[in-house]
Ligand binder design. Structure first.
Ligand code: EPU
Length: 423
């Protein structure tokens, strides 16, 4: 198992770039199940979650070719023979649930392990299943698996109790083969949904309203292969922005998707960070003291829950009191205990975290608990006095493409080492 060792205190200076977006690639990979032939994805990041999804597609019978240098993945889903996502894969990556919609749509059946809770919350999938049921699918849950059959899906009017990103994606993926029009109301509006809609349209589907809260999909019996360039990762870019901001850095981020980062940019500016567009990218200049500001997470276009942990690190070194409210996941404060070990002053009260900025953190031995929590600990290590060691960074590798290399190139004192974790 690898761990990261960081000697804090260096200012980050230079140029970096945002890689392709994990949460955009995964639904696009699921979409390749919809039509036989070779589908091509470009700007695909080299991440653990993408590898897991490739494994899943191969398990089903797809052929997958990767050119890591060119960041291209070609998926041929002509010979899908298994219509199943097994427990071993779903337990390592919940987004495996995204194969449910396309499998039922194209092959009329699917068997997918029911995802359990995870480190950030219970994360039920009742809304995915409710939608498929309204479209005519028969659903049985037995022995920890969801078994779905549907001779023919039909269009339906589906209202989500609350916006769900993968729920919206799953139903879009199913609706492209349904007879008639499906309307998704109170749908998720994330940029990743818009990307999926673009790919589905390239395949011949009719999708309108993606990016708004009402999406209409009209089924089409014949879909074809697609080629799509993945958008930049707004969460990775946001994490790099905070890295520059809290180290009093001066970093130019190429391919920074600022159009998807408005809520974060607004908060960073409130905290005193200078952000400006330049020809080659987005420049982020950090200034001290960091000013405290309150954060409330909401579905897009609100402040993203996937940036909450990183922003909390920033507030830990700010000059005053900040209240952070996590409205999406009920248990997304696993990083708090670790930050406290570095001297942070944080009090949790239900969905609120009250953070009293302490100006400086002190390096410590830490354990990563989930993907974005890991990123918050790396950021904390960058501004802490002395040495920080972060173990269990396989969580980080799920969603950040060699983050330590990008930070090192900007001047961070950070290295990855192998450990045997005896204790
Ligand atoms: N929810 C339900 N029922 C459902 C589905 C969701 O109650 O059937 C609830 C969830 O429990 C949660 C809220 O709805 O309280 C929103 O969850 P959502 O379904 O939108 O989350 P998700 O689709 O499972 C995606 C991202 C997450 C990101 C969330 C929120 C992917 C693969 N994952 O998850 O990304 O945090 O949306 O934006 O797109 C990450 O990248 O670190 C990550 C966790």
């Amino acid at each position: 198992m690898d761990k990261l060792i960081i000697e804090g205190g260096n200012r980050l200076i230079g140029t970096t770039h945002a890689s392709g977006a994990k949460n955009a690639v995964l639904p696009l990979m699921a979409a390749t199940l919809l039509a036989p032939g070779e589908h091509t994805l470009t700007n695909v990041p080299d991440l653990k979650d993408i590898e897991t999804f490739k494994k899943l597609l191969k398990f089903m019978g797809c052929k997958v070719r990767t050119n890591k240098k060119k960041k291209t993945v070609v998926i041929d889903s002509t010979n899908v023979k298994k219509f199943e996502a097994p427990y071993e894969l779903v337990k390592t990556m919940r987004a495996s649930i995204l194969v449910l919609g396309p499998l039922v749509a194209r092959f009329k059946k699917a068997r997918v392990s029911l995802p359990g809770g995870c480190a950030i919350g219970a994360r039920p999938i009742n809304l995915h299943l409710m939608g498929l049921k309204l479209m005519g699918a028969e659903i049985k849950i037995e022995h920890g698996y969801i078994d779905i059959t549907a001779e023919k899906l039909h269009g339906a009017q589906i209202h989500f109790d609350q916006p769900t990103v993968t729920g919206t994606e799953n139903l879009m993926l199913a609706a492209v083969y349904a007879v008639g029009t499906t309307t998704l109301e109170n749908a998720a509006m994330e940029p990743e949904i818009v990307e999926l809609a673009k790919a589905l349209e390239k395949m011949g589907a009719k999708v309108t309203g993606a990016g708004t809260d009402t999406i209409k999909i009209t089924g089409n019996g014949e879909l074809k292969t697609f080629k799509h360039k993945v958008i930049s990762d707004r969460i990775e870019a946001g994490t790099l922005m905070i890295a520059s901001a809290i180290t009093r850095g001066n970093v130019l981020i190429e391919d920074c998707p600022t159009e998807h980062l408005a809520p974060l940019i607004a908060k960073l500016r409130e905290a005193g960070t200078i952000i400006k567009e330049e020809e080659g990218g987005t420049r982020v200049i950090g200034d001290w003291p960091v000013l405290s500001t309150d954060i409330k997470t909401h579905p897009h276009p609100g402040f993203p829950t996937d940036m909450q942990a990183q922003m909390m690190t920033m507030m830990c070194v700010a000059n005053g009191l900040s209240v952070i409210t996590e409205n999406i996941f009920e248990n997304r404060y696993m990083h708090v205990a670790e930050l406290k070990r570095m001297g942070a002053k944080i009090k949790i009260d239900g969905r609120n975290a009250i953070v009293k900025g302490v100006g400086r953190l002190s390096g410590a031995q830490l354990m990563a608990t989930d993907l974005r929590a890991s990123a918050s600990l790396v950021l904390a290590g960058l501004v802490a006095d002395g040495r920080t060691e972060i173990s269990r960074i396989y969580h980080l590798d799920r969603g950040y493409e060699r983050l330590e290399e990008k930070l090192k190139a900007l001047g961070a004192n950070i290295k990855r080492v192998k450990t045997s974790e005896k204790f």
